[in-house]
Design a protein around this ligand. Structure first.
Ligand code: PMV
Length: 338
């Protein structure tokens, strides 16, 4: 029997200073601090239906519902990936409600490619958390939702505030670092160099780096230093200071991947071409910086007045990639369930 339904929209969280590695794998607690911008130009929409375990499912599946169901773009997902999230949600809810026999039917779609290095797991788990809490009629703080979403994906913990958000090493939830209107000129141009799903999940890749890269301890040491300088640069809204810190963060993160055994390689030739394009623009005097995540996509960060030149350069490439422009976005929004 269905007992509640809600729909939520969340924007992905793009790390300027990267989280890469876990202090506690079971709890999904980050080993490095991260600083991110919420990307207003990209969204994930998720509908959550809550039902009793004995209740009938919807048209998607006939069996009696003893488990949770997740569909992304109408494709059923292996429930294993979502189980830590749902188990934790039920555990937390049971602390406040005597019994929590609920199961969830989730349908999610993003307006950008999923699992391709565009942070869809962040917006996905954030929208799922916001919709699930609303469907359960469970009014909890953004911090608490951030901690619930963290179980699914640590980057999702950063999606509950607009603007700029930080997640400290060892922290259970994220905290706002600067509001949505803090840096109105800042733009992120997400350049899609491939629409294929990534070769290895970020969860598997970061564990592999921790286990096999001799550079990994160095990375953990460096990330704290980068974070405190980046927070200062954000307070000053200085892209000339923040840019090199962002570059160091993503290139050091990739250094742990390249020094892993066997190495993890997400880049493709077009990714490298875009990195070079940013370098050329910097040599020409533009403050244009890039970052990358566990995938081949390149996110270009610059101020509004540099955007036309970046676009001109992208359009002059032999293979013209798709791109999406974002300013800082807001927190998740719960919508009605039709
Ligand atoms: O939260 P996850 O498991 O999707 O990992 C995110 C890792 C990076 O995107 C590479 C970095 C980050 O801080 O978002």
């Amino acid at each position: 029997m269905q007992t509640g339904c809600a729909r939520a929209r969340a924007h992905p969280s793009l790390a300027l200073i990267k989280y890469w590695g876990k202090a506690n794998a079971e709890q999904n607690i980050p080993a490095t601090p991260s600083l991110a911008i919420t990307l207003g130009g990209l969204s994930t929409h998720t509908t959550v239906r809550v039902f009793q375990p004995s209740g009938k499912m919807t048209e998607h599946s006939q069996p009696e519902g003893e488990q949770d169901y997740v569909f992304i773009r109408n494709v059923r997902q292996p429930v294993r990936r979502f189980e830590p999230f749902f188990s934790n949600l039920r555990r937390e809810l049971a602390k406040e409600r005597k019994e929590c026999p609920f199961r969830f039917l989730v349908e999610s779609v993003s307006d950008f490619p999923e699992s391709a290095g565009l942070a869809s797991s962040s917006s996905g788990f954030a929208a799922l958390t916001a919709a699930a809490c609303s469907a359960l009629n469970w009014n909890i703080s953004a911090r608490r939702m951030s901690a619930l979403a963290r179980q699914g994906s640590a980057s999702a913990a950063r999606c509950f505030w607009g603007g700029f958000v930080q997640l400290d090493a060892g922290a259970a939830w994220a905290e706002p670092a600067a509001p949505e209107n803090w840096w109105p000129e800042l733009r992120v141009i997400a350049v899609m160099t491939s629409r294929s799903p990534k070769s290895m999940s970020s969860r598997a890749a970061m564990e592999h780096c921790r286990e096999t890269s001799s550079y990994y301890p160095e990375w953990l040491r460096d990330s704290g230093r980068l974070m405190s300088k980046a927070l200062e640069a954000l307070q000053q809204r200085s892209l000339d200071t923040l840019g090199p810190l962002m570059r160091q963060s993503y290139s050091s993160m990739f250094a742990t991947m390249l020094s892993a055994n066997p190495p993890v390689l997400y880049w493709n030739p077009l990714s490298v071409e875009i990195l070079r394009l940013c370098e050329t623009l910097r040599s020409a005097g533009f403050s244009v910086w890039e970052t990358m995540d566990a995938g081949p996509q390149v996110k270009i960060i610059c101020e509004e007045n540099s955007v036309p030149e970046v676009i001109r350069k992208l359009q002059s490439l032999p293979v013209q990639p798709e791109y999406r422009i974002s300013s800082a976005g807001g927190p998740p929004r719960v919508e009605s369930c039709e």
